[in-house]
Design a protein around this ligand. Structure first.
Ligand code: XMP
Length: 330
């Protein structure tokens, strides 16, 4: 049974640390009353919403919370390590870490169709999570990082949201839902995350699609091309942070398409992939403009990516707004 929480029209927008603290205190009291001495399960991706829910539940019910972090092999460099460091080591959460990389990549091998790739990743994620849930005894609650725009979009029929609805019936029927950020907008979730003491790079991180780097490795995913996406993305993020662009540009990432071109290194012919850089700004993701980076900064990115990322001999910059292009390539 889901709690019928609605955002009261009179609810003040959470714009200050004080309002965030008050919201947290209120929710913690509510969560304690709802959960009592029972256990609660959470799929913790490391994204803003599930991280804030985890931090709030740790404050409310401590080790009655069981977090499951599924690494589908399509996460960015350092992400699973950060989830383990922040939640298991620092916040002392009860965290089950499942490295399902081989399982996902084996299922995706040879699959070229973007929709089929997304479908496989979504289904496999539910299977892995359900397997972990079945192993646990005495868990009565399922926590989710549903936020207010998710509810509005679901009601408007824009997109279906991953919630207990995606889980098999034997799992879904076992749990009562617990959604402590359900009535918040994204900026409010970030404000609450900051007040809970989560690291800035977790609270203010750029949007990252559920299928992860899988949609930035167009066509059939191979491990070597996926590594090229992961390494070039890590360089891009490091350089944006160093140059004061983190938090200023809405979203930036790399894509490694499945074609090769001729190059030359140390006088020898190479035949490798290009790496595409995409850096965009938007307010509503329906319309997107391109961030025009400084030429010297682009030169530096090209130098680092072509010398440090195996398999890349060329860097391209995507100058296309949305429309006509979408943000992601698949
Ligand atoms: P598109 O490619 O549709 O992307 O222009 C718009 C924004 O949505 C993000 N995106 C996703 N986010 N699950 C998500 O949570 C997804 O499957 C997904 N696909 C795209 C994308 O990164 C961009 O910010």
């Amino acid at each position: 049974m889901a709690l019928e929480l609605v955002r009261p029209e009179s609810m003040e927008r959470i714009t200050t640390p004080e309002l965030a603290e008050a919201y947290i205190a209120d929710q913690i009291e509510g969560l304690k009353a709802q959960i009592g001495d029972k256990k609660v399960l959470l799929a913790l991706s490391g994204g803003v919403d599930s991280s804030v829910v985890a931090a709030m539940l740790i404050k409310a019910v401590g080790d009655q919370l069981v977090c499951v972090h599924v690494n589908h092999g399509l996460l960015r460099k350092g992400e699973p390590e950060q989830v383990i460091e922040v939640f298991r080591n620092q916040l002392k959460a009860n965290l089950i870490y499942v490295d399902a990389t081989d399982r996902f990549l084996d299922k995706l091998a040879g699959v070229e169709d973007p929709e089929q790739k997304r479908h496989i990743i979504g289904e496999e994620f539910i299977d892995v999570f359900a397997e972990e849930a079945r192993k646990l005894e005495g868990v009565d609650f399922l926590a989710q990082g549903t936020i207010w725009p998710d509810i509005l979009e679901s009601e408007a029929g824009v997109k279906a949201h991953h919630n207990a609805g995606g889980l098999p019936e034997d799992i879904a029927s076992r749990f009562e839902l617990c959604e402590p950020v359900r009535i918040l907008f994204k900026d409010e979730v970030r404000m609450v995350g900051k007040a809970l003491g989560l690291p800035d790079n977790m609270v203010y991180r750029q949007p990252f699609p559920g299928p992860g780097l899988g949609v930035r490795c167009p066509g059939a995913i191979t491990r070597d091309r996926l590594e090229a996406v992961r390494e070039s993305d890590a360089i891009l993020r490091e350089e944006f942070a160093k140059n004061g662009l983190e938090g200023k540009v809405w979203q930036y990432f790399t894509v490694v398409p499945d074609f090769k071109s001729t190059g030359v290194t140390d006088g020898k012919r190479t035949f490798n992939w290009p790496c595409i850089i995409r850096a965009i700004n938007t307010t509503d993701v329906m319309e997107v403009t391109v961030e025009h980076l400084e030429p010297a900064f682009i030169d530096h990115l090209v130098k680092r990516i072509t010398t440090e990322v195996p398999g890349i001999n060329r860097v391209l910059f995507d100058y296309t707004p949305k429309p006509p292009a979408t943000v992601e390539y698949e």
